[in-house]
Design a protein around this ligand. Structure first.
Ligand code: C5P
Length: 152
């Protein structure tokens, strides 16, 4: 009996994991430079205008998450980045997608990211992170981002 219950539990967890993995991934990018994190301020849609987010967007078919990180940073900020790892947990979005955040570094440390599609961009220090009006999913990442910035 115990084994049967255990098997049912395992099957349920598997189904949940499959459902989770099947979600469309939106990559977020934590670009850290000189101890600060790059954040960008949305221009649209109206409900999100003025709020802050990490650069990123949907992973397109046939693309790896790292490809998407590099493409989105080029499109949104006009900079080349190199993905270096992951930070924080996956955060479910209201639209059923999943925000998964990668760390990245600027290939050219002198290049200044530009707000190509956004209202503004800024470099944020660890102690300023919680002052920004983040999108809800990005706000969840603030403690992990603070830890990332505080790491030696
Ligand atoms: O930028 P894009 O429209 O492709 O993003 C897809 C969805 O992911 C949007 O609903 C957007 O609000 C959300 N998103 C987010 N945080 C980010 C990037 C995107 O919540 N850092």
């Amino acid at each position: 009996f115990v084994l049967r219950v255990l098997a049912a539990r395992i099957a349920a967890v598997r189904r949940l994991a499959e459902c989770w993995e099947g979600r469309q991934v939106v990559v977020g990018t934590a670009i850290v430079h000189n101890g600060r994190l790059l954040a960008q301020q949305r221009r649209y849609p109206a409900k999100d205008a003025g709020r802050w987010e990490l650069p990123g967007g949907r992973v397109e078919p046939g693309e790896t998450e790292q490809d998407a990180v590099a493409r989105e940073c080029k499109e949104e900020l006009d900079v080349e980045v190199r993905p270096t790892g992951r930070v924080g947990t996956d955060v479910p979005l209201d639209n059923g997608m999943l925000l998964r955040t990668h760390t990245a570094e600027l290939l050219d440390g002198e290049a200044e990211p530009k707000a190509v599609e956004h209202h503004d961009v800024r470099w944020v220090a660890a102690d300023e992170l919680s002052d920004l009006d983040w999108l809800p999913a990005d706000r969840v990442l603030v403690p992990a981002l603070r830890e990332l910035l505080s790491a030696p």
